[in-house]
Design a protein around this ligand. Sequence first.
Ligand SMILES: Nc1ncnc2c1ncn2[C@@H]1O[C@H](COP(=O)(O)OP(=O)(O)OP(=O)(O)O)[C@@H](O)[C@H]1O
Ligand code: SF4
Ligand SMILES: [Mg+2]
Length: 383
Amino acid sequence: MTEDFALKVEGLVTNFYTYEGVVLALAGVDLFLRRGDTMGIVGETGCGKSVTARSILRLVEPPGRIEQGSITFFDRDRETNEIAPIEILDLEEAEMMDIRGNKIAIVFQDPATFPNPVFRIGTQIAEVIMLHQDLGRAALEVKIEELEVNLDKTEGDRRNKIEEKIEHYKSQLDTPPEPDDNDKKAAAWKLAIDMLKLVKMPAPEQVISQYPHELSGGMRQRALIAMALSCNPAILICDEATTALDVTVQAQVLNLLNELKSEIGTSIMIITHDLGVVAETCNWVNVMYAGNTVETAATEEIFETPMHPYTMGLLVAVPKLHETKERLDQIRGSVPNLITPPTGCRFHPRCDFVTEICKNDRPRLRELKPGHWVACHNPQGGS
Ligand SMILES: Nc1ncnc2c1ncn2[C@@H]1O[C@H](COP(=O)(O)OP(=O)(O)OP(=O)(O)O)[C@@H](O)[C@H]1O
Ligand code: SF4
Ligand SMILES: [Mg+2]
């Protein structure tokens, strides 16, 4: 396949060795993220969305362990545009640190988890900028070139914004080379304000001097995204916690990310329970169930012709505006214990279409229609 991938995960297996037994959390997750896509990862609580995100960044802590599989990050050289595949699982920890934050950033969308409550917002963002970005002339020149490439592909309001940014960086280039430490700090502080403006933070000059607890949940979330984006990552992963903000604020923030995408050229992975958010903001969906990818396709395709019984169940469980009946269509049964998961297809005890083979043989993900992958022995509809 000659598609332009940013990330590809194949057969990812992650276990947790607890006192109660081995939690078989990821049992062969497959996913791919194309450059410029916004992909939604959906599934019930405990299905392995966060463990997948943590595995991609190699942030799984003991008693967890990544056992098998491959995670390929397609690193694009910002100067030559050449793409070099990197196997994340083979990297030394020092190389991994360069990937985290610099190339793949994660935002835990629980605003309570702001990295450090005792430092002002500006200090925290500026620190990330100074840590990950060389504020020297070469870096600025590369940024300008990159924005100019984006400019050619963009029209309207966004084009104006990109032009403004280019002007801003060019004006920085005009300052004397080799800034000393104080100049670097001032430049980082200024960039931090720029980042807050980029995420449409109200009163950024004021917010920069405030502490995390002084901001509303939505503002904190914007600040976290500003921080993640300040290293210009190739991939941004947003892991929405169960206790996240109200859906309207969430949708606003996600829409904002989509708006920013053409400006910053980042591919986005959104982890969510909310299919409404997916429909509104993602162009691709990856459905997970009990540690497996069960279906993946373009958003419209998934919503119009779901083929996996679990996805079909998820979609009918979404409350419809004009319906008063509740919970009738919910998927029966509950998420299995992953220490003793069901054999074969892990969904089989809950599935209306189960046959004998499902109980013994785990279905693999197959492309049943162009661009539509399903892991099921008895796929429905769709075809
Ligand atoms: N540190 C841990 N120790 C033991 N088991 C864990 C640990 N972290 C995750 N797990 C298990 O791995 C499985 C997947 O968890 P994960 O956090 O990825 O779910 P999730 O899909 O993100 O759920 P939610 O939507 O509630 O955030 C669960 O069965 C969970 O209990
Ligand atoms: S493989 Fe069988 S049990 Fe699993 S979802 Fe498909 S039909 Fe249902
Ligand atoms: Mg989670």
